[in-house]
Design a protein around this ligand. Structure first.
Ligand code: NAD
Length: 257
């Protein structure tokens, strides 16, 4: 018996990184999973490998910045799997640029994917979740939705916005039995923080001085997503932190020499 038997989950940005791990875990727990991403080869490969190992998966190209792409993704998911119960708005990008050096276009590129993409994803999915009698939306924010990071102005703006819109959605959708929560990962070992410029200046390095002195693993985030989707039945509008203690405070006297 899987924790998600009979349920259908749609995950954006599922071609690699955290989204891929979530798709694989949710499929192992019995959900049919719909993977959306702009990376078509990687997305198809992940869906095929889930199907080859006894799971149920489909991939469709999804650009989270386009409303029509979302409409088509949700429509195809319901048409293939019959319903929609869980949505993880996971797709995201990061660009390292100081505010004074950023063009409006560079700012909006990040806002469109990380912020507008989540907004559009919720809008597209709500009718199908209502039709299913309820469900669960999980929006991927970040520790950058809780505190500032120099050089990540657009990213931080977008992740604070995701945290805010999650709370509004939770209030609007509670009466329809739909829970909406945000997840706030710290540094997680994925292609995003392996990007040479980002990892040079990011918490990828600072994580070595955090209470848990390593980057997180994608499976650790996936397990939290599973907990929220399957077990956290009294949590909505909440912020789930998974950051190795990075936001606990400033380490000035580490426990070991
Ligand atoms: N890795 C970290 O340290 C970290 C920390 C906190 C939050 N996050 C967030 O976690 C989420 C997953 O990131 P990740 O670490 O797996 O990085 P990743 O770069 O490996 O994965 C992000 C995925 O989003 C997809 N994507 C980008 N633009 C898209 C678009 N317009 N439409 C559809 N898909 C698109 C990418 O193709 C990629 O597959 C992101 O929202 C990210 O901001 C990451």
């Amino acid at each position: 018996m899987g924790k998600l038997d009979g349920q259908v989950a749609l995950i954006s940005g599922a071609a690699r990184g955290q989204g891929e791990a979530q798709a694989r875990l949710f499929a192992r727990e019995g959900a049919a999973v719909a993977l959306g991403d702009v990376l078509e080869d990687d997305g198809n490969r992940v869906a095929e490998s889930i199907n080859d190992t006894g799971g149920q998966a489909m991939f469709q190209r999804l650009d989270v910045t386009e409303a029509s792409s979302w409409t088509s993704m949700v429509g195809e998911t319901v048409s293939q799997f019959g319903r929609l119960d869980i949505v993880i708005n996971n797709a995201g990008i990061a660009r390292l640029k100081r505010i004074e050096d950023s063009s409006l276009q560079e700012y909006l590129e990040v806002i469109m994917v990380n912020q507008v993409g989540v907004w559009l994803g919720m809008q597209a999915a709500i009718p199908a979740l209502k039709e299913a009698g309820g469900g669960c939306i999980i929006n991927t924010s970040s520790t950058a939705g809780l505190e500032g990071y120099s050089g990540l102005g657009a990213y931080v703006s977008s992740k604070f916005a995701v945290r805010g819109m999650t709370k509004v959605a939770a209030m609007e959708l509670g009466p329809f039995n739909i829970r909406v929560n945000s997840v706030h990962p710290g540094p997680i070992d994925t292609p995003m923080i392996r990007d040479p410029e980002l990892s040079r200046q990011s918490r990828g390095e600072l994580s070595l001085t955090s209470p848990i002195p390593r980057a997180g693993h994608v499976d650790e985030v996936a397990k939290m997503m599973l907990f929220i989707a399957a077990d956290a039945t009294y949590s909505t509008g909440a912020e789930f932190l998974i950051d190795g203690g990075v936001t606990a405070g400033t380490m000035i006297a580490p426990g070991t020499d």
